[in-house]
Design a protein around this ligand. Structure first.
Ligand code: FAD
Length: 389
């Protein structure tokens, strides 16, 4: 009796011989190891690049890392196939193949048996379909309890769950999460297995995830708050936030952080547009009460200002874009340029649209920045007429 068994990575209809099962296992392991290696190398390079130059947005970084993950997996699969092919060529070419699974979907076993020149070519399932162990889905599903309008562009969603559905604050000043949003017409139930859905759905239907600052966490009430910029394109997280209602789910990743800031500068210059406002508001709340500095806060118009807590010695300047669309105004760099350069070590914390951040980097390049108290990074990129995945 033959010892055929089901390979884990395929549907129940596939039954493979032990040798073929082993081949698949090896390929799966190679794919996983390659993906990991590609990701690790790219991450190291990217973060070196990002911290010195700020060339890339968070989204671009994620996309590049995902590409490196896939490229690493593809390269490793190729290399593993070559090695296996060399090792197993003889045994494969003499083997009777009537029970072999047709992993490319062909039903013609004669054709398959006749093509022994490239025996492992048949082991080419689409990348990622091999049954590598799936990471557990890193998501927490909360329910929106309150919706508060801060101004016409910013909405605060407060959400909770028993034990915050396992979400743990990392207490970092720049604590942020990925917010996951799915097209409601697909009827998906969170948490979303995004990795699996990537194989099943067209790219534009895969739930999107974008970075958002955790404005506050209340562990006693099991609630947290996130402030969202609302903007008009259906399909974006910003649009979803504009329609969110109490009772809707808020799906978030676990807590993340990029900068470990020590707030020890002599003087602070803070700058943000609406996307950076939640992060900058947190910095203003965390600074010592005798801290001195200036906060430049870009908003749509003069009616868009709201109360932000800040140390007494701080100057808060709201800068109106005056009908110029978000991402196209230069009010932040202009205001920054006109500041008298303060004495002592300056901490600059700035988060805004990418080209604004580039301009801010150029201006502050020659300031004597206190590096440990400074963090300048782009939070989004203006791309007219295009959704960002
Ligand atoms: C660490 C970090 C923390 C962040 N914290 C917050 C936060 O607390 N609140 C917040 O609102 N954003 C925050 N952002 C920015 C947010 O992740 C981006 O704005 C994101 O692109 C929004 O995704 P989306 O799906 O709404 O739009 P996308 O699909 O990314 O973009 C679609 C189009 O919408 C436009 N767009 C994108 N973002 C904005 C915007 N902010 N204003 C106007 N137009 C925009 C662009 O033209 C873009 O082409 C943060 C980013 C990072 C990296």
């Amino acid at each position: 009796m033959s010892k055929h068994y089901k390979h884990r990575g395929y549907s129940a209809s596939f039954s493979v011989s032990p040798k073929e099962g082993l081949t698949l296992e090896i390929l799966a392991l190679a794919e996983k190891a390659g993906a990991k290696a590609g990701y690790a190398v790219a991450k190291e390079e990217l973060y070196r690049n990002i911290s010195s130059n700020q060339f890339l947005t968070e989204q671009e970084t994620d996309e590049l890392l995902a590409a490196a993950h896939r490229a690493g997996a593809a390269a490793a699969l190729l290399a593993a196939r070559k090695v296996l092919e060399k090792t197993l060529r003889t045994s494969f070419s003499h083997q009777h193949r009537s029970t072999a699974p047709d992993l490319l979907g062909s039903t013609d076993l004669e054709t398959s048996a006749a093509t022994h020149e490239e025996p492992l070519a048949k082991y080419s399932p689409p990348l990622g379909l091999l049954d590598t162990p799936r990471a557990t889905v890193d998501q927490h599903v909360l329910t929106i309890t309150r919706v508060e309008r801060l101004n016409n562009q910013l909405v605060r969603l407060i959400a909770g769950a028993p034990n915050l559905d396992g979400y743990r604050s990392n207490s970092a000043l720049d604590e942020y999460v990925k917010v996951f949003v799915a097209d409601p017409s697909l009827g998906l139930t969170p948490p979303y297995d995004v990795r699996a859905l990537r194989h099943r759905l067209p790219r534009e239907q895969v739930p999107r995830s974008k970075s958002y600052t955790v404005r506050w966490v209340d562990p006693l009430l099991n609630e947290l708050a996130i402030d969202f910029v609302v903007h008009g394109e259906p399909g974006t997280v910003g649009y979803w936030a504009s329609l969110a209602q109490p009772g809707d789910p808020l799906v978030i990743s676990s807590a993340r952080s990029k900068a470990s800031l020590s707030l020890t500068a002599d003087y602070y210059v803070l700058a943000a547009d609406e996307a950076g406002l939640p992060a900058i508001s947190k910095v203003l709340e965390a600074l010592p009460s005798d801290a001195e500095g200036t906060a430049l806060l870009e908003v749509a118009d003069d009616h868009a200002t709201f109360d932000v807590k800040h140390p007494e010695g701080f100057v808060i300047r709201w800068l109106s874009r005056d009908a110029v669309p978000a991402g196209k105004s230069n009010v932040l760099p202009l205001a920054l340029q006109s500041l008298p350069l303060p004495a002592g070590q300056v901490g600059v914390i700035a988060h805004a649209e990418r080209s604004t951040i580039k301009a801010i980097n150029r201006i502050t390049e020659y300031w004597h920045l206190n590096k440990r108290s400074s963090h300048i990074s782009s939070y989004w990129t203006l791309r007219e007429g295009r959704l960002r995945r």
